[in-house]
Write a protein that binds this ligand. Structure first.
Ligand code: UD1
Ligand code: CA
Length: 454
């Protein structure tokens, strides 16, 4: 049976008090709507239809790379009206999952259960029972069977005591949506076309309305303001941290860990507090990440130890390397095994060979460093002339003395030595010593100026 996904995302989100449409607000580094689209893709839906309205162009631009069908709801006349505007593009058969762009954490598993439940009955809802369901549409049952959803504003005193509520996530047969939605009326407390009225229509048609509960409560939490957004962020992070710990990761404190993307791990990875992982990262066995590191789109091989406050973006790190504290790896940094990168060393678009070391205060940009070389403190590759970038090539077993400037394009040969304080502008051949500095001046018995005592 074909599956369509319909995502409601036309609302403005006034309570966010933001210039950004609500569904573009980030949760774990990804827009709310992005989470929903990602889940829809995992379900291998045949088509994903997103209803947009407020901030429409911004929303479409953000997801231009996704296979999403956009349907505009110019005026927000209610959830029923929103789904109705999709009818011209909604297939006549199969079933549709109806999701909310501001309920980002709904899981694939829960939706799979919902799809299965609706396959038998033609309509199924995700509901949840809580201590106080104030504000939500209530699930009215008779002898255990769902009869209707009554919105809080339309509910009687008695109905408001119902603790089971509608989460706003449904699966309905497309044929039924085509039949029911044109018949919705807006004769209710809010003067809106309520999608929830299709439940009573199903009952009138003699259908049974199925329901499923989410695996975890936070899956159905919506975001209306920044307070709810922050609360959901924490719940989502706690959930992700648990999954990592179940895979054997040693998180020193899961409440001080943030994953904004995907992390693949080997065995016995240890992550200290206040680490942020972004994008796609992979850590091999026994990798240790010190406190306060921010690591994005980076692969780190087994046995590597990263000291506190290091920042990596789009780097590839070999086995048993030592990095930090306070190291920066920028896009294109490629460290081979057993490399040492120390404090205040910045590496950009450069490869560093097996066992080479740059332990203090260095900039390596557009460089190729061979194996077993030592880059002294304060070495700078001068890769930029204000308009163009040039390469620095350093061979194997080279030794660059401290405080040297290597003005690219320049090549330092295998086994070559550069004397401390040199500005190197010409290639240095294999096994040579190059020193570029003025001769030391010495004045014997120098009479240093003295303070005059008053
Ligand atoms: C809706 C349900 C309620 C349920 C609650 C769960 C209805 C009538 N009520 O209420 O039973 O308990 O969700 O959160 O459906 N939207 C549009 N176009 C519109 C109106 C809404 O795209 O014209 C979108 C909103 O952006 C939002 C979603 O639909 O993403 C839900 O709308 P919202 O106004 O929050 O519905 P509730 O009144 O909370
Ligand atoms: Ca000099």
């Amino acid at each position: 049976m074909s599956t369509s996904v319909i995502i409601l995302a036309a609302g403005k989100g006034t309570r966010m008090r933001s210039g950004l449409p609500k569904v573009l607000q980030p949760l774990a580094g990804r827009p709310l709507l992005g989470h929903v689209i990602e889940t829809a893709k995992k379900l291998q839906a045949d088509n994903i239809i997103t209803i947009y309205g407020h901030g429409g162009n911004l929303v479409q631009k953000e997801f231009a790379h996704e296979q999403v069908q956009w349907v505009k709801q110019a005026e927000q006349l209610g959830t029923g009206h929103a789904v109705k505007v999709t009818l011209p593009v909604l297939p006549k058969d199969g079933q549709a999952l109806i999701l909310s762009g501001d309920v980002p954490c709904i899981s694939q598993q829960t939706l799979q259960k919902l799809l299965d439940a609706a396959r038998n009955t033609g309509i199924a809802l995700v509901t949840l029972t809580v201590a106080d369901a104030t504000g939500y549409g209530r699930i009215v049952r008779d002898n255990g069977k769902i009869q209707a959803i009554v919105e809080h504003k339309d509910a009687s005193e008695e109905q408001r005591k119902i603790k089971e509520f509608n989460t706003g996530i449904y699966c309905v047969s497309n044929a039924k949506l085509h039949e029911w939605l044109p018949k919705l009326s807006n004769d209710n407390a809010q003067g809106e076309y309520y999608l929830t009225d299709i439940v009573a229509m199903a009952i009138a048609d003699g259908l049974e309305v199925a329901s499923v509960e989410p695996e975890r409560a936070f899956e159905v939490e919506g975001v209306n303001d920044r307070i709810q957004l922050a609360a959901l962020e924490r719940e989502f992070q706690t959930h992700q941290a648990k999954l990592l710990m179940q895979q054997g990761v040693h998180l020193i404190d899961p409440s001080r860990f943030d994953l904004r993307g995907q992390l693949t791990v080997g065995q016995d990875v240890r992550i200290d507090i206040n680490v942020i992982i972004e994008g796609d990262c992979a850590f091999g066995d026994n990798v240790e990440i010190g406190a306060g590191c921010v690591i994005k789109n980076t692969t780190i091989a087994a046995g590597t130890k990263v000291q506190p406050y290091s920042v990596f973006d789009s780097a590839i790190v070999g086995e048993n390397t030592q990095i930090g504290p306070f190291s920066r790896l920028r896009p294109g940094a490629k460290l081979a095994d057993e490399v040492h990168i120390g404090n205040f060393v910045e590496v950009k678009n450069s490869s560093i060979g097996l066992g080479s070391k740059a332990n203090h205060f260095t900039y390596l940009g557009d460089a190729e460093v061979g194996a077993g070389s030592n880059i002294g403190a304060g070495t700078i590759t001068c890769n930029y002339d204000g308009a163009n970038k040039f390469k620095t090539i350093i061979g194997d077993a080279a030794f660059i003395g401290s405080n040297s400037s290597l003005v690219a394009p320049v090549t330092i040969g295998n086994g070559a030595t550069v004397g401390a304080g040199s500005t190197i502008t010409r290639d240095v051949a294999d096994n040579c010593l190059a020193v570029e500095r003025s001769k030391q001046f010495v004045k014997e018995d120098y009479p240093r100026p003295q303070k005059i005592k008053k």
